[in-house]
Design a protein around this ligand. Sequence first.
Ligand SMILES: Cc1cc2nc3c(=O)[nH]c(=O)nc-3n(C[C@H](O)[C@H](O)[C@H](O)COP(=O)(O)OP(=O)(O)OC[C@H]3O[C@@H](n4cnc5c(N)ncnc54)[C@H](O)[C@@H]3O)c2cc1C
Length: 566
Amino acid sequence: MDKLHYDAVVLGGGLAGLMAAHEIATAGFKVAVVSKVFPTRSHSSSAEGGIAAYVPGNSDPNDDPDYMTYDTVKGGDYLVDQDAAELLSVKSGEIVDLMERWGTLFNRQPDGRVALRYFGGQTYPRTRFVGDKTGMALLHTLFERVSGLDVDFYNEWFAVDLVTDERRVTGVLALDMKNMDPAFFKARAVVAATGGMGMLYAHTTNAYINTGDGYGMALRAGAAIKDPEFVQFHPTALYPSDILISEAARGEGGILRNNKGERFMAKYAPKKLDLAPRDIASRSIMIEIREGRGFPGGYVGLDLTHLGESYIKERLALAYEAAMNFAGVDATKEPIPVRPAQHYYMGGIDVDTNGINTDLQGLFAAGEAACVSVHGANRLGSNSLLETLVFGRETGKTVVEYLRKHEEVSSPSLDKEAERLLSEAYSFVKSESGVHFGEVLNKLRGVMWDKVGIFRDEDMLKSALTEIEKLRGQVREMYVTDKGKTYNTEFYNALELRNMLDLAVVIAKSALMRTESRGAHFRTDFPERDDKNWLKHTLAYLKGNQVEIGFKPVRMTKWKPEARVY
Ligand SMILES: Cc1cc2nc3c(=O)[nH]c(=O)nc-3n(C[C@H](O)[C@H](O)[C@H](O)COP(=O)(O)OP(=O)(O)OC[C@H]3O[C@@H](n4cnc5c(N)ncnc54)[C@H](O)[C@@H]3O)c2cc1C
């Protein structure tokens, strides 16, 4: 197998990975970016609504970083590490300014200042945007910037596993997807910036590539996933395709209505109404549908008609086009059919505010792959793009410090370890019979949606666990029909499924364990938040077939938990 030597390898070419790579490369270290898709096709490019930031001199006059932190902490139902949220708020202005200087053209107000819109859970409007294609604009800007640096891109390369030696990461095993050629990327530092895991759920707004590979790799290598039970469901995915209708639609004044035409959010969040945080809005929609006030098929209406045609087409072009092309609905004339779908993962590889994982030396993580934790039990809209950039940069800086202090380790057993991981991966192509991976995949996505979804209880979670464990047991007998080496996408799908199953079992187990309701984790058998017993982070490890769970305190600075009403 080829061996490539780098100081650092960044897994992922989305916003978090590129920002980390930028820092490492500008400090003069040799860095590779490995991405299973061309970087600008990463899921960051689908982000629509915007990026939250407090920019001195260019914010609502009443706003300040403290309000921003408070909103984030309350939005996250007090599971947020408050020092991390403070850092996010304080650094938000400079990162948005930087992206603007590098070339992102944010929408403007008539007086020339950057325009702002409200997003859910914000006391004052602080989301900046480029129409409803904000992620695309940011990602292209950053990719252009990093392309000008001395960074080696390995596009359409699939990272299979972390290669470890004792409790240290020494590199990554990856495959060139074009021809299945393997390579051992040897490096002192590895940054996991592999994004989210929406494909675990039958209904998701995420791209097909969001299969949680980084979580799976980290778990198999012995690192913890923090707060795995917290999965975000976005209230407004287009019915029936699950394409996201951005929160910007409600930020700009869109109204959720049931089959009686009622603005039902008035019942659930009397003050914030349609701009209540996502967990609350998603549950409210599901209750309306369950109690018979939805439309046949199971959806409600998102009414934009009062905003006027030209405003809708300028500010919410994607929402308009998606509704027209994928639901045959003209949003200027009638409500858009919407229902909740999986959207974001609050859980992630356990790291601190410097992006350091303490289970494995040399492992760092940033972006959706990481749990810092700035989102706690529920992420506020437009805080994720911000997190990828702020903590992508912090993590990159930490890696630079780390590289200055740590020498490369060499041990002959490493090559053997890489070979062992490779032969494990190849088993799917070698098997001729057993279970086809597609069957396992569909079952898993159904189980997660039905039993580890928006509403959970002990019976559902126990039954989900049994089913997931059974599916995990089938992995060894899994096969793919394509035995070729050229762009064998079926094979990579099977590797992705292995990652999904490793994560799924950890999510279900942690959800069963947490006997309270907080943010996006709602237990109908324990409907109240229980700060006395559960104001703590979950840390889940995977040891063979066993999930081991530990806990870690939430870091508080100045915000005491209070009732979360909107
Ligand atoms: C439809 C949609 C709209 C959104 N809108 C907003 C918004 O308006 N505002 C906001 O703040 N947030 C939004 N989000 C969330 C936000 O976009 C994401 O959380 C964020 O962009 C994630 O960035 P990232 O860099 O962590 O990962 P990603 O951009 O997902 O990149 C992951 C990278 O990892 C690579 N990768 C993964 N697995 C492997 C592997 N095995 N081998 C090699 N490479 C691998 C991929 O190729 C990719 O380059 C939205 C999300 C969705 C799905």
